[in-house]
Write a protein that binds this ligand. Structure first.
Ligand code: FAD
Ligand code: MG
Ligand code: MG
Ligand code: MG
Ligand code: MG
Length: 551
């Protein structure tokens, strides 16, 4: 219900009050969720909706299955098949949910309010703005595309982040082919129109290049026989290789395959300017090169949304690039605000900050020294709080003392070795170099959403039972285990019904069998039976009839 309230500036501002129409009972805490992407939706689906009064705010009233967006760009999968209305997801869950289609443009952590704006406009002020109170705020707004301030990108390139982007790319590809086929063009102009440039050799850029290549060779070559030999696809990457986040074997395979397919992979080139009809890139050896193009897709890097930058300034995180949370996904220096997914990173606690505290807790007999046995006894607890220690213990570049801690298990002679605090520090001195930021993936966002929902579901219990399983920390007792990411592997579809898969334990598989694994995983991961049926029927339709080329 919208009611009006006087805001501090004296003017009237609309207020979204979701409780005024509810029967009076014990008042539930208000949870406000920003965003209906991977993080927000997974949080909502796992939240016990009886416990809270939940309001969801997002400029899009649907969840989008982003891993299939590259398939939407070429009509392999229809846009409708990769989205699920958020109201349908919430309705299925039942409980107290409200959804407002609007975007948050300011967070006010001091007053625990957020400022929202609907693009529908017209309320009494005519500006579509309203305020929402929260007890707990879950920020899951994702990231924006990053142009790194490269001139002309915003105006001339397509991005590939949203469903609309994928639809626009699809129309643009068809436009390029139709333009190139017009009777009054010379060869040069036709070539220009059929030069497709992809900037960024990460998973999205690579998958799009592969999709486009398949679309051109499997479908468009039959429909545009007179121009198909003029088509060129270029993939530009500033680093030395594409798919750098994958195993070397996958990178090599992808580069070779693209080479055979005639996709021009330009590594070591940095795009410095995008004009209306030429794209300029830089290479230490070649200098500046300007190439004419028909369509360009910018798929390199993500950045922080402006209102999050503003929020970071308010809470003393102005010197950071990305919003920082602790390992419990609580925004640092800000009570009752949580963040999941691409909009935040976990600021992993360093062992060295807490080393004296760890030493003190481990030294059960208060002797002022630690035996190897004493360290081993709390090692599991340390692993939970500081996952970098576990990574370090598995790595090969350990120093002698750390090696002793690892290997001395059950060996009474080794176990009784005494370490001073200085030696203990030295043993763990390299541990913090193992701290890694989690990647900006749906997998991370979804696991974080799920984790946070579980914490919310147990919040009341935890408040009544403040003792938790964690004993080592530098900042008081915590009631929940910190968030831990479980990497389940990742795919890189490379076109021609071939996919590279990298599963945990560095298990790599490339080829047609992985493509089938990809189909089955992505069918399984669908958010509803409806989208699952749609996606599978799109795939079937494509196998039988090919992709649709109208647009
Ligand atoms: P998003 O899913 O981006 O959700 C953000 C939500 O916030 C959206 O609903 C948005 O509308 C909303 N929002 C934005 N601004 C505001 C505002 N001001 N106020 C309120 N709401 C707002 N990851 C994988 O693991 N595997 C893949 O195969 C994969 N493929 C990808 C392919 C493409 C083309 C893209 C773009 C991404 C892919 N990813 C993949 C990455 C994955 O999509 C992201 O990591 C994931 O979406 C992050 O989830 P999120 O909830 O943080 O953000
Ligand atoms: Mg989200
Ligand atoms: Mg999403
Ligand atoms: Mg993140
Ligand atoms: Mg001791």
């Amino acid at each position: 219900v919208l009611v009006l309230a006087a805001c501090s500036g004296g003017g009237l501002v609309a207020y979204a009050d979701s409780q005024s129409d509810q029967p009076q009972g014990p008042k539930k805490k208000k949870v406000v969720v920003l965003g209906t992407g991977w993080g927000g939706t997974t949080f909502l689906r796992n939240l016990d909706s009886k416990l809270y009064d939940v309001q969801v705010i997002s400029p899009r009233n649907y969840f989008a299955f982003t891993p299939l967006l590259p398939s939407v760009t070429c009509g392999t999968v229809e846009p409708r098949s990769v989205v699920e209305p958020i109201r349908r997801i919430l309705e299925k869950k039942g409980g107290d949910f409200k959804f407002w289609e609007a975007e948050c443009f300011k967070i006010d952590p001091a007053k625990k309010k957020i400022h929202c704006r609907s693009n529908a406009g017209t309320n009494f002020d005519g500006n579509g703005e309203f305020l929402v109170d929260y007890d707990y705020l879950v920020v899951a707004v994702g990231a924006r595309s990053n142009t790194f301030n490269t001139p002309g990108v915003e105006e001339n390139c397509h991005f590939l982040k949203e469903v609309e982007d994928a639809q626009k790319i699809r129309r643009s590809v068809m436009d390029c082919f139709e333009k190139a086929s017009l009777p009054y063009l010379n060869e040069e102009e036709r070539k220009k129109n059929l030069h497709f440039v992809i900037v960024g050799g990460g998973p999205t850029g690579v998958e799009f290049a592969a999709e486009l290549h398949d679309f051109v060779t499997e479908d468009l070559s039959k429909l545009y026989p007179s121009v198909q030999h003029l088509v060129k696809i270029s993939l530009i990457e500033a680093a030395d290789h594409i798919l750098t986040m994958f195993d070397k074997r996958i990178t090599n395979f992808a580069e070779d395959k693209f080479g055979r397919n005639g996709i021009d992979v330009k590594t070591g080139y940095k795009v410095v300017k995008v004009a209306k009809d030429a794209i300029t890139m830089q290479n230490p050896a070649a200098g500046d090169v300007a190439v004419p193009y028909g369509m360009a897709v910018w798929s390199t890097g993500i950045g922080t949304r402006p209102f999050i930058v503003d929020f970071m300034k308010q809470i003393g995180q102005a010197n950071r690039r990305v919003l920082a949370t602790d390992e419990w996904l609580r925004v640092r220096e800000c009570d009752d605000v949580y963040a999941v997914g691409d909009c935040a990173t976990i600021n992993q606690r360093r062992v060295m900050e807490d080393i004296s505290e760890i030493f003190r807790v481990a030294d059960k007999d208060k002797s002022g020294t630690l035996t190897v046995k004493e360290i081993q006894d709390i090692l599991e607890d340390i692993y939970v709080r500081y996952p970098q220690v576990k990574l370090y213990m598995k790595s090969k570049q350990m120093n002698g003392i750390a090696d002793l801690i690892r290997t001395g298990n059950g060996d009474t002679e080794k176990e009784s070795v005494e370490l001073s605090i200085e030696e203990f520090k030295k043993a763990l001195s390299l541990v913090d170099s193992q701290v890694k930021n989690l990647p900006a993936t749906a997998q991370v966002a979804a696991q974080q959403g799920q984790y946070l929902a579980k914490c919310f579901n147990k919040m009341e219990y935890a408040e009544e039972n403040p003792e938790g399983p964690i004993r080592i920390r530098g900042e008081g007792r915590h009631r929940f285990l910190p968030f831990r990411y479980r990497h389940l592997g990742q795919f890189a579809p490379l076109g021609g019904e071939q996919t590279a898969a990298q599963l945990p334990g560095d298990w790599v598989s490339i080829g047609h069998s992985s493509q089938w694994l990809w189909y089955s995983v992505y069918a399984t991961k669908q958010i509803s039976w409806r989208t699952r049926a749609l996606v599978i029927s799109d795939w079937g339709r494509r196998f039988i009839f090919g992709r649709d080329s109208s647009g």
